[in-house]
Design a protein around this ligand. Sequence first.
Ligand SMILES: Cc1cc2nc3c(=O)[nH]c(=O)nc-3n(C[C@H](O)[C@H](O)[C@H](O)COP(=O)(O)O)c2cc1C
Length: 326
Amino acid sequence: MIHTRICDLLHIAHPVILGGMGTATTAPLVAAVSNAGGFGTLGTSAFNAATLDSEVASIRERTEKPFGINHLLFQIQEDMFAVTLRAQPAVAAFAWARKDQNLRDYFQRAHDAGCKVMFSAGEVPEALRAAEAGADVLVAQGTEAGGHVGWMASLPLVPMMVKAVAPLPVLSAGGIADGHGLAAALALGAEGVLLGTCFMATPEAPIHANFKQAIVKSDGHDTVLTEIPDLASQRVWPGAMSRAQRNQFIERWAGREWTLRQNATEVGKQVLAARAAGDVNNASLSFGQDAGLIDSIKSVKEVVQDIVKEAEEIMRNRLPALLRQN
Ligand SMILES: Cc1cc2nc3c(=O)[nH]c(=O)nc-3n(C[C@H](O)[C@H](O)[C@H](O)COP(=O)(O)O)c2cc1C
């Protein structure tokens, strides 16, 4: 059994964490990951204060295990953060702060509520900023990841961040969907992995069945870093690009961003309608390069068990066999 410092810190059996995902995490998925011995995190950007409150209650009905609640700092709303503080989850997770925000203040309030603080960063200076503000766990999010990402790939980012914020534990996020990824993350110095895309391809995930199939069908080579989804939603993230499948929606607007800006309200509505209808050609499909490692829809329990088992096998057999005694 693989056991790391994050298992002790979060009181979990396996160092496998579900990243909070705005539109792709609801109570059944969060609770399933925690019940499988990992750690579920609820994204909040699809909720308001009242619906967040009831979603958290729904998680608690489904599991007694620890879980987290994630806030995107650049658009954090005080009434929603208050719901999180009242709920006292094991972890208050944050990402994407604006330069002018006072991280220490948010982190202190989370600590006062009894939460550990997790912060996701795509570059080392941002991780150091969070560490200095009192974060307990850093997530090194590589550019392979689905959703909003920075420019650094995990292979250099994880060890650099581990060194920079030591002794704080670091999780590796982005591009991981199997035991090879978990074993590699541990070899890079991470204490565990934080996953998004592979938990979206589960029956428990709250996304349209067609989007799950799009992940299964993807060979992982068909995503791009783009600002087109954000131009359509008219939401400016502080420095993020979005990794999404290069589908007809992206193709239609690539190179025509100025026209998209002019028509954003109308296009934004069309994208939302396409999402609701499960239209994989005209919706914005955010998923990571690890879609190429995902070949079927598996239950959350299977995902967690398969990743852990495969990583154990690699660490127990393949890697030691490479060492010569001489
Ligand atoms: C659809 C989608 C929505 C996401 N929303 C959030 C979010 O609201 N907050 C956050 O910190 N990370 C968010 N992420 C990033 C994930 O937490 C995680 O870093 C990423 O999915 C890991 O890479 P992977 O998808 O390759 O596993 C999102 C990712 C996806 C795919």
